[in-house]
Write a protein that binds this ligand. Sequence first.
Ligand code: FAD
Length: 387
Amino acid sequence: MRNPSPLTWSRRCTTRGIIFLAADVVVIGGGIIGLTSAHELLRRGARVSLLERNCCGKEASWAGGGILSPLLPWNYPEPVTQLTQFSNRLLPGLIEILRQETGVDPEYQACGMLVLPNLKNVQSAQYGGAEAWCARNAFSMKKVRVEEIAPRLIFDEPADKSALWLSSVAQVRSPRLLQALKRSVELSGGVIMEHTKVTGWRLGRGRVESVITDRGEYTGVNYVVAAGAWSHEILGEHALKLDIHPVRGQMLLFKVASGLLRTVVLQNDFYLIPRQDGYILAGSTMEEVGFDKNITAGARKTLLEKAHKLLPSLTEKTLVSHWAGLRPGSPDNIPVINRHPAIDNLYLNSGHYRYGVTMALGSAHLLSNMVMNNPQPFDVTPYQWPA
Ligand SMILES: Cc1cc2nc3c(=O)[nH]c(=O)nc-3n(C[C@H](O)[C@H](O)[C@H](O)COP(=O)(O)OP(=O)(O)OC[C@H]3O[C@@H](n4cnc5c(N)ncnc54)[C@H](O)[C@@H]3O)c2cc1C
C-alpha cells in the first residue's frame, strides 16, 4: 500500500501532561537509518511517526561521503557483505522512485573506485584474500594502470603504476538522498516531528507504553530506535550490553572544474570522492573523542596534505568547507537490527558505523520484516541485540 491514510494525532491531557496518540510505529531519529526505516514501513502500509531532536538528516548521514561500498570490502565479515550487497541490489529502484516522486535527484552514479597502492592491505586480507572474495561475491576487480582511469593522479609507488579497479562501486550525494527521503516520507502520510527530543521511556508489563520527549509523550504500537551514535544514550539502562559509541570523522570539500576526477580514489584509509559538478570530498579521520563534533586544525592539515599530494590541483585555494560527523561505531561494523530481548515492542536499527549509507536500505527491509512478522531474505542472527 503506497499511501496509507494520514496520521491524525489526538491530544489527551492527563495527570502526566499531554500525550499524543496514534501511529503503528514510532521511529526515533531522522538520519538515513530512521528515514529509510520510516519509508519502508509506510510502503508496507504502517502508520508511522518519526521523532527527531533537531532537523532530519543533519548528523552523521549528512556528513558521510556516500560511497556505496566498504572501502576494502574483502576486509569485513560476512554479515557486512550480506547487508551491503542486499542494500546495493535494492537501491537503484528506490532512487528512481524518489526522483520521480519528489523531484530531488540523489545523484546515484556507478563511478567505480580505484584502489591505489599501498596494496599491502589487499594481500593481508582478513577474510580470505581480495581475489577469492571478489570471485565468490561476483564483485568486479581488475588490475589497471592508473593513467587509464585517473590520469591526473600523482603517486610514486609501485614503478608500474598499477592499481585495483572496482568498477561496480557506486556513490550517492547523501544530503540529497536525505532530502528526497524526508519528502517522500511526508508525501506517503508519515508524520515527522522535528525539534522533539526523546528523554525517556514509560514502561509497563514488559512493553513500552509511551516515549517521553521534551514536548510531551508519544504512544504507538511499536517503537524503533534509530538514533545513530546516540542510540545507547537514549536507551539508558535498557541498552543492556549494546556497544554503540561515537567515532568522529572529519572531511574536507574542494571545488574544482568538473571532470578533473571521475572516480572514487582510495589510498590506504584516505579517499577522494568526485561529485558531478566539480566538488571533491576528501576524508576522513577516525577519532575516538566521545560526542565532540568539533573540527581540528590538525586533521585539516593532514587531509589537505594527502589530498594535495595525490591530486595537486587541490590546494588551500580550492578548499571550500571542513566538517565533522559522529559515526555510530560498533564491533566489526555489524549493526544491531533486532527486537529488544526483554521489551516486546521495542526495536533497534543502529550501529552502522562506517557504512550506514550503504547498508540503510537493506537494514530498513530487515527491520520492517521483523516489525510486521514477514519472513527474512537470509539469516539475521548476526544482527542480534547483545543481551
Ligand atoms: C566523515 C564520514 C564519512 C562517512 N562516509 C560514508 C560513506 O562514504 N558511505 C557510507 O555508507 N557511510 C559513510 N559514513 C557512515 C554513515 O554516515 C553512518 O553510518 C550513518 O549516517 C548512520 O546513520 P544514522 O541514521 O544511524 O545516524 P545519524 O545520521 O547520526 O542520525 C541519528 C539521528 O538521531 C537523532 N537523535 C539523536 N538523539 C536523539 C533524541 N534524544 N531524540 C530524537 N532524535 C535524536 C540525531 O539528531 C540524528 O538526526 C560516514 C560517516 C562519516 C562521519
